[in-house]
Design a protein around this ligand. Structure first.
Ligand code: FES
Length: 255
C-alpha cells in the first residue's frame, strides 16, 4: 500500500446522489490495483473529517493514467467529498483489501451481479475479464431509474439486465428475479452489493462457484474499528472485511 497525494481530473454527478471522481495516478501505481480492491480517501485535508473513507475502485485507465471511483452521498463525510474540484489534491492510500482473484480461476463465462453502491467495482472487474477473453453477463439492480449509472458502459462489455425496485426501468423487482426468469449460462459468478442481496444471490446460486464482495459493510477500512467482522461459514473463526476481504469466496463467510 502507498499513501499518495494525487490531482483530481474531474468530479461529476452521474446519478441521483451518486458522484464519480477521476484522479490522475502514475501507471506503476495503477497497475497494482486489482478489481474489487478499494482506496482509502482522506475526506478533506485540514477539516473536521480527518477520517478516511473506503471507496471501491470503479475503473482504471492505464492509457489515460486515470483512476475512477464512484460514491453515494450518505452523510457529511461523503457530502464533503462532493465539494472537491478539478486540480485539487486528494490524499489516498492504495490499493487496499483483497480483490477478485481473476487470474487464478478457470472459467469462460462470468455472471456479474451488483446492487446499488455495489455496482461500481463490477465495472473494472467486467473490463478486466473481457480483456482476458472471458464472456461477461451482468445483472445490475437499483431502487429507481434516477439511480442507474454505467448501463451503457456495461452494455459495451456484454449482455446486461437491469432491475429497479419500483419498476421505473428494466425489470421490476430484484436482481434475483432475473436469476429466476432468465436461462443464464455461466460457469462462475461475482457479486457485490448490500448484504440482503448478496445473501439472496448466494442462496440462489449455491451450486455455482463464486466470489462476493462485502465492501458495503466497511467502517474505518484499516482494521481498527471491528465494525466489519464476519463469521466464517463454519462459525469457527472471524474475518475482517477490510483486511481479509472485501472479496471472499461465496462459501467462505456467513452473510
Ligand atoms: Fe474497521 Fe474493518 S472496517 S476494522
Amino acid at each position: 500500500m502507498k499513501q499518495l497525494s494525487v490531482p483530481i481530473l474531474s468530479i461529476e454527478k452521474i446519478a441521483k446522489a451518486t458522484y464519480q471522481i477521476d484522479m490522475r495516478l502514475e501507471k506503476d501505481h495503477l497497475e497494482k490495483i486489482k478489481p474489487g480492491q478499494f482506496i482509502h480517501i482522506r475526506v478533506h485535508q485540514g477539516s473536521e473529517f480527518m477520517l478516511r473513507r473506503p471507496i471501491s475502485v470503479a475503473d482504471v485507465d492505464l492509457k489515460l493514467n486515470k483512476l475512477s471511483v464512484i460514491f453515494k452521498v450518505f452523510g457529511r463525510g461523503t457530502e464533503q467529498l462532493t465539494q472537491l474540484k478539478a486540480n485539487d489534491l486528494i490524499d489516498l492510500i492504495i490499493p487496499c483489501g483483497n480483490g477478485y482473484p481473476i487470474d487464478t480461476i478457470n472459467y469462460n463465462h462470468a455472471l456479474l451481479v451488483g446492487g446499488g453502491v455495489g455496482v461500481p467495482p463490477l465495472y473494472y472487474l467486467a473490463k478486466s475479464l473481457v480483456a482476458r477473453g472471458v464472456k461477461v453477463t451482468t445483472i445490475i439492480g437499483f431502487q429507481t431509474k434516477e439511480e442507474i449509472f454505467y448501463l451503457d458502459k456495461f452494455s459495451e462489455l456484454g449482455e446486461v439486465f437491469v432491475t429497479t425496485n419500483d419498476g421505473s426501468f428494466g425489470t421490476q423487482g430484484y436482481v434475483t428475479d432475473i436469476l429466476k426468469q432468465e436461462d443464464l449460462n455461466f460457469d462462475y459468478y461475482f457479486s457485490c452489493g448490500p448484504a440482503p442481496m448478496l445473501k439472496a444471490v448466494k442462496n440462489y446460486l449455491h451450486y455455482f462457484p463464486g466470489y462476493i464482495s462485502l465492501e458495503e459493510r466497511m467502517g474505518c477500512g484499516i482494521g481498527a474499528c471491528y465494525a466489519c467482522v464476519v463469521k466464517t461459514e463454519d462459525g469457527k473463526a472471524q474475518k475482517k472485511i477490510c483486511t481479509d476481504g472485501p472479496v471472499f469466496q461465496a462459501n467462505e463467510v456467513m452473510i
